[in-house]
Design a protein around this ligand. Structure first.
Ligand code: PBG
Ligand code: ZN
Length: 339
């Protein structure tokens, strides 16, 4: 029997009838230009060492970068973010601000291979210190902790040194209060007024960084990062972090992690719609999808494109993701179908 009752006037399915209509009303786009690929640069030569918990990712020595950077450019990826694994670690993390440091050596080599690739430089000390914390440690009442203001001086030196080597964007990730202002004035002082600062404004003390700490060899040797990274119970505080970074001159904000913190991304974007916002799809979030896909429990490409689109839909303008290369390839070959 056909339906003779009250006809529903609104039929949202009219807008899903075929692919052209669906595309016409599509609200969120995911493009390779929105993605940033992390790379781990290691000291030594002829090294391309797989990272066990991050399939497809390696620690690469500078002399082995040619092929990797070529393949990144061939996929039309426009942005990379660098993490360094130095030969020597010490309490001050000196390699981080040495003009012969690992990142300072890598940047000119990458620029020569791919001059148009934008290089984001992560500014922090956990990969460079022997204690694995994100700054200098001082002890108060037998409690060792990162000394905020002493760390600012070194972060500024690191940022200036990376900018001198050719970094295009400076991205302080240590959650040290005042880091944006200190770095901004340091950069301006030596004439780098044109270099933008992407602040890891809202970075939570999260379990999602496990694989990264293996990859970058930067796990804290004592304690944890809860005295400087945010408590995952909080979201109002995220707005205070952003406000502070803005007042200090941040050009772009970031929320990290991303997949598990979509509410935070949405809140920051709604509060500061006029500011470019990045989101860091972290190593643990990458590993969870990768592992489920390897077990054959989910479809990898569809899952990844859905998750990355969700992060954009929540309000992120761009995404740092270990899936950048695969996503770039999937986006390139996603064939138009009629229905
Ligand atoms: C270093 C840094 C970390 C990440 C980016 N920069 C690790 C940490 O804070 O422990 C995490 C990246 C990831 O998990 O993908 N400050
Ligand atoms: Zn750090």
């Amino acid at each position: 029997m056909s339906y003779h009752g009250q006809f529903p006037k609104t039929r949202l399915r009219r807008l899903r009838h075929n692919k052209n209509i669906r595309d016409l009303v599509k609200e969120t786009c995911l493009d390779v230009s929105n993605l940033v690929l992390p790379l781990f640069i290691r000291h030594g030569s002829k090294v391309k060492k797989p990272i066990a918990s991050m399939p497809g990712h390696f620690q690469i020595s500078v002399d082995m970068l040619e092929n990797e950077i070529q393949s990144i450019s061939n996929l039309d990826i426009k942005n990379i973010i660098l993490f360094g694994i130095p030969e020597h670690k010490d309490p001050l993390g000196q390699d981080a601000y040495s003009d012969n440091g690992i990142i300072q050596t890598a940047i000119p080599v990458i620029k020569k291979i791919a001059p148009h690739l934008t290089i984001v430089s992560d500014i922090c000390f956990c990969e460079y210190t022997n204690h694995g914390h994100c700054g200098i440690i001082t002890t108060h009442q037998s409690q060792p902790d990162v000394d905020n203001d002493q760390t600012l001086t070194l972060l500024t030196k690191q940022a200036v040194s990376h900018a001198k080597a050719g970094a295009d964007i400076i991205a302080p990730s240590g959650m040290i209060d005042g880091m944006v202002q200190a770095i901004r004035s340091g950069l301006d002082h030596v004439g780098f007024t044109h270099i933008p600062i992407l602040s890891y404004s809202v970075k939570y003390a999260s379990s999602m960084y496990g694989p990264f700490r293996e990859a970058a060899e930067g796990a804290p040797q004592f304690g944890d990062r809860r005295t400087y990274q945010m408590n995952y119970t909080n979201i109002n505080e995220a707005i205070r972090e952003c406000a502070l970074d803005l007042s200090e001159g941040a050009d772009m904000l970031m929320v990290k992690p991303a997949h598990t913190y979509l509410d935070v991304i949405a809140r920051v974007k709604n509060t500061y719609p006029e500011l470019p916002l990045g989101a860091y799809h972290t190593s643990g979030e990458f590993a969870m999808i990768k592992a489920a896909a390897e077990k054959g429990w989910i479809d990898e490409s569809n899952t990844v494109l859905e998750v990355l689109t969700a992060i954009r839909r929540a309000g992120a303008d761009f995404i740092i993701t270990y899936y950048a290369k695969e996503a770039a390839a999937w986006l390139l070959k996603s064939k138009p179908s009629k229905f």
